[in-house]
Design a protein around this ligand. Structure first.
Ligand code: ARE
Ligand code: CA
Length: 485
């Protein structure tokens, strides 16, 4: 389902890092763009285009997940994006022309665009209104798109709202937080949705996050996806819920799913200060197969909900991201939004109501102090950028059994890279078995890349052990191309 793309810019970058370190990567190790994405939450299209050129392309991100691009209800909150009014590609985040320009500029530096597709529902307003671009609408009436007959009236709850996630029928046919629920079983509705997705594809997007996929029968989503061109990437949002009848596994036949288990299992490990190898074979562990999984530490919902860690956790949040990027399970997506104290607060806006993209500090880092509205710029943190380089060098090397020592933990990706992390509040050392050659290696988490490495960011490999000395909440990683002597 997921192809490994080889990106010229990226291959050259890794090759030069390798050359500078005076070490050669075995020819079997062809650096390829790692399949890592970044969610740039509520970032306008013009800002994303600039970010692709200045940061995402050079760092080797394969894709960027945008916020929903269609016309929406008018309001200050970020979540107006999730209340479509029409499928015109014009929103507070930018115009159709700006969206198209972003897709082409990101593509030119090897970054695919994945658009957030809100197709389960339309607006959640009870009173009629006018959308961002001026389209008139009513709760179940969107001129030119859908009439009242094209929505579900579930008739199962007092307000037609979902009350019980234990009921498949409610979850899929009633309204999610009062959002007018499309009859996605209807061929006409499927066709209208398909035309919208085709329109986005015509602008060059590589695929879609399917918002609220759990709220559509898997066969409805399958039918919509089947009508799209082959190779369209599809990532369904199906939040895994214990004891719920609808599980992510129903949605893997036609694409990937966001696997919520990953962060949920890593979080408590970090909290207890005890890291250990995941047991994906454990029958009790619930995971879709690695090739179907998109994994994350947080997203725009969970950072406002029960994410184990967010940008507010600084070094420990970076550590969690480092472990995710070092892992061999799923396609990781790094999350980057803006600081907030009010759950509903939208990103800062310009005088005309469009979202202001803000700016990143010259050297954004996990210990930054953010004021509300500041962009977190996680995609530019040196440790994240360093781990993209690490992942490209490591490729598909096997994940070797990890070791825990002195409250620190580490593991090797066979012969190509080693990662270590100290989730505790005291210094800790760990020696991780490795088949990498003896020498001094640069820690790419501290240094952001394997080249021109200061003394303080070096890790020694001797006699089959990589010796890490870690500060509290520090993660470190070395790879074959980061050898300095
Ligand atoms: C807003 C207001 C509501 C109001 C509504 C309509 O907050 O009070 O009724 O507007 O006027 C986002 C925001 C919502 C917002 C909505 C529309 O989060 O606050 O509502 O936009 O503007 C479930 C779904 C899952 C969904 C989460 C949030 O299964 O799909 O809820 N996630 C996506 C997006 C959200 C977005 C929507 C869907 C809607 O990522 O950002 O909402 O498009 C258990 C279950 C989960 C369930 C979860 C929370 O864990 O297992 O399935 O997630 O509880 O209920
Ligand atoms: Ca539905």
């Amino acid at each position: 389902m997921r192809g490994v793309r080889s990106v010229v810019v990226w291959g050259a970058l890794v090759a030069s890092a390798v050359a500078m370190s005076g070490c050669s990567v075995p020819s079997a190790v062809e650096p390829a763009a790692p399949d890592v994405g970044v969610q740039l939450f509520q970032l306008p299209w013009t800002s994303i285009a600039e970010e692709c050129e200045s940061a995402l392309g050079p760092a080797g991100f394969a894709w960027v997940l945008t916020s929903p691009p269609q016309e929406h209800v008018v309001g200050e909150q970020w979540w107006v994006s999730y209340q479509p009014v029409s499928y015109q590609i014009e929103s507070r985040l930018g115009t159709r022309a700006e969206f198209a320009d972003m897709v082409s500029r990101c593509g030119a530096v090897g970054v695919d665009v994945i658009a957030d597709a809100v197709i389960n529902h339309m607006s959640g307003q009870d009173a009629p209104g006018t959308g961002w671009v001026g389209s008139a609408y009513a709760h179940q009436g969107y001129p030119g798109l859908y009439g009242p007959g094209e929505f579900h009236h579930c008739g199962l709850t007092a307000q037609d709202d979902i009350e019980d996630y234990g009921s498949r029928e409610q979850v899929q046919n009633c309204e999610l937080v009062n959002l007018a629920d499309l009859d996605t079983g209807s061929p006409a509705v499927r066709q209208t949705i398909g035309a919208y997705l085709d329109d986005l594809l015509s602008l060059g997007v590589a695929g879609f996050r399917i918002d609220a996929a759990k709220h559509m029968a898997a066969e409805d989503v399958a039918a919509i996806v089947a009508a799209l061109p082959e190779g369209t990437r599809v990532m369904s949002e199906v939040i895994r819920g214990a004891r719920e009848p609808i599980q992510p596994e129903e949605y893997t036949a036609f694409g990937e799913v966001f696997e919520f288990s990953y962060a949920r299992e890593l979080g408590p490990q970090l909290e207890s200060g005890m890291l250990y190898d995941p047991d994906l074979s454990d029958e009790r562990a619930l995971h879709v197969p690695a090739s179907s999984a998109v994994v994350f530490i947080d997203n725009h919902d969970t950072e406002r909900g029960n994410a184990p860690l967010t940008y507010r956790n600084g070094a420990e949040y970076l550590l969690a991201n480092v472990l995710m990027l070092a892992d061999d399970y799923g396609a990781p997506v790094v999350y980057s939004g803006y600081a907030f104290s009010d759950r509903d607060a939208g990103a800062p806006t310009n005088a005309d109501g469009t979202v202001d993209g803000g700016t990143c500090a010259p050297h954004p880092a996990p210990d930054a102090e953010y004021a509300d509205g500041d962009r977190t710029c996680v995609q530019r943190w040196a440790g994240i950028v360093g781990m993209l380089e690490w992942r490209a060098v490591v490729g598909d090397a096997a994940r070797m059994p990890g070791v825990s020592e002195n409250d620190a933990y580490g593991f090797e990706r066979e012969g190509r890279g080693v990662v270590a992390a100290n989730p505790n509040d005291a210094d800790a050392s760990v020696a991780v078995p490795t088949s990498m050659p003896d020498g001094e290696y640069c820690d790419v988490v501290a240094n952001g890349s394997g080249s021109s490495c200061p003394e303080g960011a070096r890790v020694r490999v001797r006699d089959g052990l990589a010796a890490f000395d870690l500060a509290p909440q520090q993660a470190a990683a070395i790879h074959l191309g980061s050898r300095v002597s």
